[in-house]
Design a binder for this molecule. Sequence first.
Ligand code: FES
Length: 650
Amino acid sequence: MNAFSPFHQGELDVQKLAKESDIAQRNGSVISNKILPGAIPFINQQNILIVSSIDTQGKVWVSVLIGNPGFISAPNNTSLILHTRSIINNANDPFWQNIKTSPKVGLLAIELSTRRRFRVNGNIQPNDNTHFTITVEQAYPNCPKFIQRRQLRFPKSVIKQNSLISKKGSTLSNEQLQLVTEADSFYVGSACSNGKMSNTNNAFTSKFDKFSCDASHRGGYPGFVEVIEGKRLRIPDYQGNSMFNTLGNIQNYPKAGLVFVDFEKGILLQITGDATILWDQNDPSNKTGGTQRFWDLEIKAWQQTHLPKELVWDFFDYSPHNPRETENKLDHTQQLKLKVAQVKQKSDLINQYRLVDSEDGILPAFEPGAHLPITLSLADDQTVERHYSLLSSHHENRYYEIAVQREENGRGGSKYIHQHLTENSIITAKPPSNEFSLPPTGMHTILIAGGIGITPILSMLRAVVEKQSSFEIHYTAKTEADLAYQEEVIALAKDKAHFYFSQGKNANRLDLKHLLSARDRDSHIFLCGPVRMLEAVRDLGIEFNWQENHIHFENFGTSHSTNNSAFEVELKKSAQTLQVQANKTLLEALLDAKVTIPFDCKPGECGLCSTVVIEGEVDHRDVYLNKQERKQHLCVCVSRAKGKKLTLDL
Ligand code: FES
């Protein structure tokens, strides 16, 4: 680590090799030696803590600690307390032995049901037999990408620890290999020497006691971890936050620990070994999501433990960011060259575009709900990527259809398409990506579309009609004329279609409260529309006891907002005042002014750009912050001022 960077040399080297040094430097500004105030209540309510540690032989281990909420707590922003009496799993975990000889630990507080996580690296020391204090060295939030949503349910009864069994070995059995290859996630521990090996002349007895540790998460669709010759694991390295804490550590100290959880059988499998980074690999089936980076772990030792059988894990859904392997060996880094074959005006503001392969070839397949990432060169020579849902049938492989609503005060993409794309125009796009797909379910499906949100819903509607599933569809817009796809919906859904519009003399609003209170809670809701509609459904879902995993949504962020106004933003710490124009996001205005701010997703989903608001009323448009967090924070990538000015803690 140097004076200007929160990163050590291994991380800097990997960032450079990945050509992501600039983004890493920007996102690194989120790393602090204090816990963010908003993260303290989050930490205090967690019941899963991932911890990494290093043993006397230098092997890195990562462990899952499970306890009643409060078992890890943050009494202030520079320390954490681990209450060992409240931990319900495994007194035989290597962690307890390792921290006797090396005090450096990496911690990850993770809430799988909301995909939130917060990392702390620091020094652990015992206070007494039942409490340990962790002094914070580094603390920062992590983005929620690749986390599959789950919820851990605790039984009411007290869980006894003595039913837990550990076994150890160095070669994985077939059953264990199966656990690994069927997993959709694991946790990883890694370490960095920081250039110092201890002389062991202090209270600790390991020559690795100055090594710092990190704990992190990896996830993907089941099968994302490959086993090679029974003794090596190969892991794809997806596009992350560019900081490369884990790979940077491996670059510095080529060892890692992994822990897999078999949620069904209640098994924890900890593996430790030697790690190697593999750059620029041939990846014809897109295992890496385009990075062409993998890393291998040569297995050296493992330990397996049973979790208390009283714990129940509910699976909600897969991360929408998990890269999919392509069956047709398509290279997802490739650009598709598409020709506009037809433009149809669907309403005053909406045009529909049919896109074909520029050489009349077959197009890559997609699933209902997928979107097409299109590259546009805007008038000011700026190249941007915009995502548009595919509304054509997923069986159609000769063309894609998208609908674009012109946003006068948007970010320029829709205006550009309306102005410049005519028949025979050529555009480039990446192959379709699935982030909002229908899970296989025999249950009743409720489709809800708000405005241009009809586009992914329409392809889902085709799929449920085709499968002859039980469904209903609710389609709402400002006026009847804005229901651009009313005819198509009637043709497909017939009497299962319901239409609403909020303006005009025959206005009839969709009564979400009635809908969510009346429908069977076994149904699944698929919703695409403005953030406010989504928030309403989410709040009503809680009020009427819907399970979180039965409500699926896609949000528009600001890209479909038509009422952006310019506003002023005062940055308290840096004593500057900026103007945010109506056609720019607050994040863009900050970046234009060279303000260093971390960000990742940009549609308000990851929380990385969350910033403290000192004054001013916020028009929240993210889907990340909860009600409590919104009292003090905003996501600058999508949210704006309600009034004329905001004052931020930047
Ligand atoms: S960058 Fe992800 S929420 Fe703003």
